[in-house]
Design a protein. Structure first.
Length: 280
């Protein structure tokens, strides 16, 4: 894959049903409908993006299979970050079933909804250890209060590739810095961890944010991980809760990145995703 390829490293597809997507609450009516590749393709065409990584949004093997089917049908879906139950006794068997899928590039669990020490549970860590026999990345989805557990978790698996989603969701709406900044910066010491510049607008004041609201957090991410370990992700369609469209979210990060070198921008907007997820 050429180094200039543009990849949205974090977005979602779903066929909506209230039973399956219970996390979409009464405030989120705008995204309580189907979102499929045909809805996203025009946005990519306008921005010159070649592809995306589709990420799970519910804890279901059925959804992992659904996303893989979409990837087979739509070449611009370059990769899938799916879900398996890492705590299951037969996790090795499940991984053996899914890992050979060319489009499966990673897995994640919605840890933000779990107790703060979930990442440190022996049964969960046994499942993560099983990833050593695969090429798969593990996406880390947490809140700031779980960052100390993330530090211990990543340290326990130095050979495993990790990507932190959404900068661990800092409280941008209230301009909160500590303890998020201190704990976030500590994660830069782990070379096997990268970070997505994603999910930011929904942590700000919905539809009332200004680009300046994000500069501190984006700057800290760059200082912590460097241009080689940052990936742009839109978090579409969840981002539509707080932004008018995909272009607004892309433009927010692109405007911030104008001060960076062309090489750095190429890395953040696609080359790093292609390399870290080993996109086919």
């Amino acid at each position: 894959m050429p180094p200039h390829v543009r990849i949205d490293a974090h977005q979602h597809f779903w066929r909506y049903s209230p039973a399956e997507y219970g996390w979409i609450d009464a405030r989120m009516g705008r995204i309580a409908r189907d979102f499929l590749p045909a809805d996203l393709a025009p946005e990519f065409a306008r921005a010159g993006f070649e592809g995306c990584i589709a990420v799970q949004a519910r804890t279901s093997l059925a959804e992992t299979r659904f996303l893989l089917e979409l990837a087979r049908a739509h070449p611009f879906v370059r990769g899938v970050v799916g879900w398996v139950d890492f705590t299951a006794p037969d996790v090795e068997r499940v991984l053996a079933e899914f890992a050979p899928e060319p489009a499966l590039v990673g897995l994640r669990h919605i840890v933000q909804a779990e107790p703060d020490d979930f990442l440190l549970r022996p049964d969960f860590q046994r499942g993560i250890a099983a990833l050593a026999d695969t090429r798969l990345v593990y996406d880390v989805l947490v809140y700031p209060r779980q960052l100390e557990a993330v530090r211990r978790f990543v340290a326990a698996f130095p050979g495993q590739a990790f990507v932190l989603d959404h900068l661990a969701k800092p409280d941008i709406a209230h301009a909160a810095r500590d303890p998020w900044e201190r704990q976030f910066r500590a994660l830069g010491a782990f070379p096997n961890l990268a970070c997505k510049l994603s999910g930011l607008v929904t942590e700000a004041s919905w539809n009332a944010w200004k680009p300046a609201d994000f500069r501190f957090y984006l700057d800290v991410a760059l200082e912590t991980f460097g241009e080689e370990r940052l990936l742009f992700g839109s978090d579409w369609p969840v981002c539509l809760l707080a932004a008018r469209d995909w272009q607004a979210v892309h433009g927010l990060v692109l405007d911030w990145a104008q001060e960076l070198s062309p090489t750095a921008r190429a890395q953040i907007f696609g080359a790093n995703a292609a390399r870290l997820y080993r996109l086919p």
